[in-house]
Write a protein of this length. Sequence first.
Length: 289
Amino acid sequence: MALEFLKHDVNVNPSQSLSGDQAGDLLGRIGSLETRLARTEREVNAAQAVRYRVFVEEMKAQLPADAMRQRRDFDAYDAVCDHLLVVDRSIDGDIEDQIVGTYRLLRQQVAMAHGGFYSASEFDIAPLLARHPDKKFMELGRSCVLPAYRTKRTVELLWQGNWAYALKHGVSAMFGCASFFGTRPEEHALALSFLHHNARVKGEWHVAALPELYREMDLMPVEAANARKALNAMPPLIKGYLRLGAMIGEGAVVDQAFNTTDVLVVLPISAISGRYINYYGADAGRFAS
């Protein structure tokens, strides 16, 4: 999902070699756009430059000095994650010029071998993982698309890539932070209250913000949280996950560095609507030809 920043140490660094899953095949194509995993360090660097353009230049995030100087958003997780790209082949130039969107994917097996998930810096995910020892989790993060490409087909390709990747690795559930712009949850009272009253995780999927970071989402009574107005006030990414069947963790977290208010999205594969599985392909082949 969107706008994370490393807040605890892991035993890797940005100069390490890429994870072993980087040579994946094409995962989807619509017109001149295609989605696939990054294959080289050069492509990851280009994706980090796209993230910088969106997070820093557009959304006014404050990265560490080294990242600001290099004009790339990077942290230690980049060395162990797989990087999903949307590439526009109609653009003349090198790969640095063609990447228009990206997602960062972190499988549980990889995360546990390298210090854990990013989301653990904001949300208490350990009990969630412990309740599902037989399931494979995947974290989605650093989602961004350049302004000119924020269209339905770009979003479809990003999801197609996530879906194909999840099927390939036998993922049981996806989760990750999604963000509202700004550090005042009260400015998003309608949307946050709607999520709290209508999409909050319960039961075996319950997860909450860390107590020391917890910010209330229940800012308006249920009868005041008009669904149509609330959905209109939400970032497209969060609306998209709700349509798929996602749930939202309890409590929000303010991320001062990225100038955002974060919520945790939890999406069990079993909760995804059948019509979306049929659309993207039970074998992830919908857009792969």
